[in-house]
Design a protein around this ligand. Sequence first.
Ligand code: SF4
Ligand code: SF4
Ligand code: SF4
Ligand code: FES
Length: 366
Amino acid sequence: MDTIKITVNGTAYEVPEGGTVLEACRAAGVDIPTLCYDSRTEPYGACRLCVVEIEKLRGFPVSCTTPVEGGMAIRTDTDEIREIRRSIVELLLAAGEHDCISCEASGICTLQKLAYDFGIDKPRFELEKTDKLVDDGNPFILRDDRKCVRCGRCIRACHEVRGQGVIDLVNRGYDARVGTVFDRPLHEVDCAFCGECIQACPVGALLDKKSRFKGRDADTEKVKSTCSYCGVGCQTVLHVADGKVVRVSGAEDVPPNYGMLCVKGRFGFDAYQHPDRLTTPLIRVRPDDSVVYNREDLVDLTFRRATWNEALDYTVKRLTEIIEKNGPDSFAMASSARATNESNYAAMKFARMVIGTNNVDHCARA
Ligand code: SF4
Ligand code: SF4
Ligand code: SF4
Ligand code: FES
C-alpha cells in the first residue's frame, strides 16, 4: 500500500495514500468527533463537527470531505476548533427536544456523548421550537423528529446501503427534516422495513418500536448469532435482557451482510422465544402412546416430545423398513432455503449416497 507523510498536531505520521483527512487522522490514531460520517456511504459534510485546521488552507475545512495529501500539517484540537464544535453541539441541543431520561439511545447516543465531553450543562442558545413530527404509523419504526440532528445518515443508509431510497430531506433551512414523498407514512411508500436507517442513526431519533422500554444498550447482553430465517446466514447481534431477545442488530464489519438485515432478521425476533417454538423433536403417537407406523393409522394422533436419540433411532428404523420394502426411490428429500448451503449439500448427499435416490428437491428451485 502506498503511503504519504503528514503531521497531525505536530507529530509526524505515515498514513495510507488516498482517502480523506479524517480517515488519515484516524489511521494515525488521532480521533476527530463526527456525527454525520458513515464509513459505508459517500462523505456528506453536514454536521461540520469534524472541522480541522490545515496549514496553508484558509478557514476550518471539514475533514470528512477534504482529500488528504502528502505534506499536510493538520491540527485537530485547537481552542478555536473546540469552540466551533462546542457551539455546534449546543445549537443541536437547543434545536431539539432531548430528554435523555427516557430516550432509548441514552448511553450510545453520539450527541449525548459530545455534550458530556464538552461539559455542556445547558446550551447557551435558545431556539424557537418548530412543530416536529413523531411518525408512529407503522409497526416497526418510530421516527421522533424532536431528536433528529439532520445528519442525513438514515437517508444515505436507505439510498446507498439498502438501495431503497424512500426517505430524503424535505423543506429547507430550519424547517428541513427527513420525510417521504408527499409525507406519506413509511408503509405506503416502498419501505422494505429493513431498519438500516435505525442502525445508522447516531441519536435516538429512529427507534425499533418492538424494543422500546425493554432494555437500553447498557442493560442488554450482546450475543453474536446467525439469522436462521434464510440460507444467506446474515450475522446478527442479539440484544438480550432477562433471558429474552429484545432487539436485533446487524453485525458490522463481517460478511456476508456487513450490518445489513432484512425485515425478518431485524424485527422477526418474537419467533425465537415464542411458546409454540419447537425446542425438542416430536414423534407422532396414538392416544395410547404407541408409535405410528402406517398411513392408515393417521387418525386421532397426537405428538409426543422425544429426545434426539429417540427421534433419530425412530427415523433410521422407519427409513430402513420403507426402503427395504419399496426401494430407494420411494424416498424423497425436500430441503429448505432456510437451511445453510452446507446443510443443503449434506441433505443432497444423504439422499444420493446413503439412501440411493435422485429424488431431491428444494423450495428455492425456480
Ligand atoms: S437523542 Fe441523545 S441527546 Fe437526545 S434525548 Fe436521546 S440520548 Fe439524549
Ligand atoms: S427501513 Fe429500510 S427501506 Fe425503510 S426507510 Fe429505513 S432504510 Fe429505507
Ligand atoms: S433520523 Fe437520525 S440518522 Fe436520520 S437525519 Fe435524523 S439524526 Fe440523522
Ligand atoms: S462528520 Fe464531517 S461534517 Fe459531519
